[in-house]
Ligand binder design. Structure first.
Ligand SMILES: NC(=O)c1ccc[n+]([C@@H]2O[C@H](COP(=O)([O-])OP(=O)(O)OC[C@H]3O[C@@H](n4cnc5c(N)ncnc54)[C@H](OP(=O)(O)O)[C@@H]3O)[C@@H](O)[C@H]2O)c1
Length: 309
């Protein structure tokens, strides 16, 4: 079987198609034939070695995290899915390898695909929607009338964050680039600013939460935009941002992994239309190397880039 893998940490040139054999499934594991796999910034950050202290130095490493497909086999303890089910989920990032014809994954990292969603749409949910959930519901505590500012309301995480916040009755202000304006406005972001408009960040004491999806908003500036009980939510912690933020109880981190148990709830929200995945580009798996490289080096699409098998 074929997958995208690499033998050293580094840039896009390190990726290649490799042959692999799947391990036997454990009692809590499931084997899935992959129909679609979504590309996340996390995938190339892992390959670049951003988490090498955790991911270690055993190679080759397989790329890819989020996928949707059809269950081929289940371990003896698995109760949530059966052979033939259409599912979506995320592989453990320490073993990642969703850019592959088949994966073996913990059953707890899977949920049934809502029938209303295509495989591509379902594959685009896990990391982005779980991160948005942790940020908007757990950290920002979105509730009716809450005022939430989302810096980067048009990316995969940002768009799901807008949908979740509005579904909870919050009022969302946001920033995006010119190409994303129509989408963001249609999603209900109001007022909406361009990233470059300094007026966006010049509203002291206005928000119950500021969610920076991009990692570009100065943490101190974000704090100044908060009302006294407000929180700043970060998903791109760098040492500098961490240091700045950890000095304040108003600084909160959110990670996708914190939301893994929410996959069935995320499936239900997507099935009911509350979460609406947007696909920007669906490309064949055979083009994976160039498509991942182009996405990594800044190709913009209004929605997720997904590999189809
Ligand atoms: N902590 C976690 O667990 C976690 C989980 C998921 C993601 N993240 C991080 O959060 C960030 C956003 O992730 P995502 O999946 O939402 O990414 P994405 O879908 O690629 O969104 C990228 C966002 O960046 C904006 N952008 C501006 N200039 C850009 C450029 N030159 N190239 C690409 N994007 C540009 C886009 O805005 P416009 O379209 O309006 O230009 C868009 O809103 C990434 O840094 C990712 O690593 C962290």
């Amino acid at each position: 079987m074929k997958r995208v893998q690499y033998d050293r940490y580094g840039g896009p040139e390190k990726m290649y198609f490799g042959e692999y054999e799947l391990p036997e499934i454990g009692e809590n594991e499931v084997r899935v034939s992959v129909k679609a796999a979504a590309i996340n910034p996390f995938d190339w950050k892992l390959r670049q070695g951003a988490m090498k202290l955790v991911t270690g130095r055993r190679f080759p490493k397989a790329m890819g995290t989020d996928f949707a497909g059809i269950v081929q086999a289940t371990g003896s303890n698995v109760g949530n899915v059966s052979v033939g089910d259409e599912v979506f989920g995320t592989v453990d990032f320490k073993k990642s390898g969703a850019f592959a014809e088949e994966v073996v994954v913990e059953a707890s990292h899977l949920a049934k695909k809502p029938p209303q969603l295509s495989f591509a749409e379902a594959a685009s949910l896990p990391i982005a929607a779980m991160t948005a959930w942790v940020a908007i519901i757990d950290r920002a505590k979105a509730r009716p009338g809450a005022r939430i500012f989302i810096n980067g309301c048009s990316g995969a995480v940002g768009a799901f964050a807008v949908q979740l916040a509005i579904s909870r009755g919050a009022v969302v202000t946001g920033t995006c680039g010119p190409a994303s304006r129509d989408h963001a406005r249609a999603a209900g972001v109001d007022p909406l600013f361009d990233y470059s408009d300094s007026q966006a960040y010049a509203r002291p004491g206005s928000y119950d939460a500021v969610f920076d999806t991009l990692g570009t908003l100065d943490v101190g500036r974000g704090f100044s935009m908060l009302n006294p009980g407000g929180v700043f939510v970060d998903i791109n912690p760098t040492p500098v941002r961490l240091l700045r933020g950890m000095l304040s109880r108003r600084y909160k981190l959110a990670f996708a992994t914190m939301g893994i148990k929410r996959l069935p709830e995320i499936a239900a929200l997507a099935g009911s239309g509350t979460l609406r995945p947007a696909i920007g580009l669906e490309a064949p798996f055979t083009d994976a190397l160039s498509v991942i490289a182009d996405t990594e080096t800044g190709r913009r699409t209004s929605g997720k880039t997904v590999l189809a098998f």
